[in-house]
Design a protein around this ligand. Structure first.
Ligand code: UT7
Length: 369
């Protein structure tokens, strides 16, 4: 049975920075309150030209480059997002077209901030079953589009960004070792965008009352998060046959420094073993774990052979943890390859001509069909 290794990683963040001081000019808050209660100093906000798919595509190209494979090597793309481009088509399909992954199947996965862990696990299980060899897993968010910048309970928390992992099959033991996924839908109302789905399509009343924005009971989510983070980390470690002492690093969902500190206390682990970068990006929901992992690798805190746990929680309510031994690229990258970014202009041309061809087919053959 092949193992599923994490062989590529990447991140992409919008350039625009929204600081606590900026927010203090918009709502009744202060830099001090936000830093003390959350640990966040600033977050990134997408420009009007950026979207979950464009951020996700950039992160994906980096992850492919890191793994040393081409977009056309991919068998499957899974995109986790709470701010997808549309209800349908999937953001994964749009990214598939953007990066030129012409052989890959693509679908979105919805498990809010826990989504990236669910998605790695789904990708890894597809590899373990032997049905695919290379999977791209993306976490991409533009939650600023669903944030009410008049609501100080939520607008201080969220930021935009994307991260991606490449998973590949190898007979060499390692990679994804064990995972747990949980859900408790009785807490669905604690963190939700009430309108815009089939239960409540957006109407004028909904628009006026801000039902198309994120609504959150922060206290309830906080209570739930501090309960499940330590517990699910322990479950994933036990499932992998490891001990907590084996862990080199825990990469937690970057929501609030106090939640991460509570998890560290619960596990009796030092904070140095928890990678934290939320002060610069805020809560990027499902993108926070791949962004944090990419930075942890960049600063040398994660190296090949290290035993790690990714752990997160979010709307649903959902929570999940996944234990993995860090791999890095499978092959030493000695052979010259075409840079994955160079597939993008070609993919744009290809996509344009496919649309033109489809339109012409409609004009010439449409009536006969
Ligand atoms: O990915 C999952 C996403 N969600 C989360 O992770 C949310 C988890 N929850 C949290 O992180 C925290 O609950 C918050 C950061 C949202 C709030 O922190 P808290 O320590 O739980 O504050 P609180 O809700 O208990 O509010 C304390 C006080 C209240 O005032 P009163 O009633 O004591 O007078 C709030 O009205 O702080 C007030 N407050 C603020 N003050 C300044 C709430 N938000 C703000 C604010 N600035 N932005």
């Amino acid at each position: 049975m092949p193992y599923a290794h994490i062989t590529g990683w990447g991140m992409h963040l919008p350039a625009r920075i929204l600081t606590n001081e900026d927010l203090a000019k918009m709502v009744d808050t202060s830099d001090q309150w936000i830093r003390e209660r959350t640990g966040i100093r600033e977050r990134r906000i997408a420009s009007e030209h950026e979207s979950s798919a464009s951020l996700g595509a950039e992160a994906s190209v980096q992850a492919l480059r890191m793994a040393g494979i081409s977009p056309t090597d991919l068998d499957l793309i899974i995109c986790s997002s709470s701010s997808p481009e549309h209800i349908f088509p999937s953001t994964a399909s749009i990214i598939q077209d953007k990066i030129g992954a012409t052989r890959a199947g693509a679908f979105d996965l919805s498990a809010a901030c826990s989504g990236f862990i669910y998605a790695i696990n789904m990708g890894a299980q597809s590899i373990r079953s032997g049905s695919v060899k290379s999977v791209l897993v993306i976490g991409a968010e533009t939650l600023s589009r669903f944030t009410n910048y008049k609501d100080r309970n939520t607008c201080i928390l969220f930021g935009d960004g994307a991260g991606a992992f490449v998973l590949q099959a190898s007979e060499k033991p390692g990679g994804v070792m064990g995972a747990v996924m949980h859900s408790d839908g009785s807490g669905a109302d604690f963190l939700t965008i009430p309108a815009g789905g089939s239960k409540r399509p957006i109407d004028e009343v909904g628009l006026h009352t801000g039902q198309h924005f994120i609504h959150m009971d922060g206290k309830e989510v906080f209570r739930f998060a501090t309960r499940v983070m330590a517990q699910s980390t322990l479950e994933a470690v036990t499932k992998s046959g490891w001990k907590l002492e084996d862990l080199k690093m825990v990469v937690p969902h970057q929501a609030n420094i106090r939640i991460i500190e509570a998890a560290a206390r619960g596990l009796k682990m030092p904070m140095e073993k928890f990678f934290v970068n939320l002060e610069r990006y805020g809560n990027t929901s499902t993108a926070s774990i791949p962004i944090a992992t990419t930075e942890a690798v960049q600063v040398g805190k994660i190296r090949p052979g290290d035993k790690l746990v990714f752990v997160g929680f979010g709307a649903g309510l959902t929570w999940a943890a996944l234990a993995a031994e860090w791999t890095g690229p499978l092959e030493p990258q000695t052979t010259r390859r075409i840079d994955p970014a160079l597939y993008q202009p070609w993919a744009r041309v290809r996509s344009f001509f496919r649309r033109v061809l489809r339109a012409l087919e409609g004009i010439f053959f449409g009536r006969q069909a």
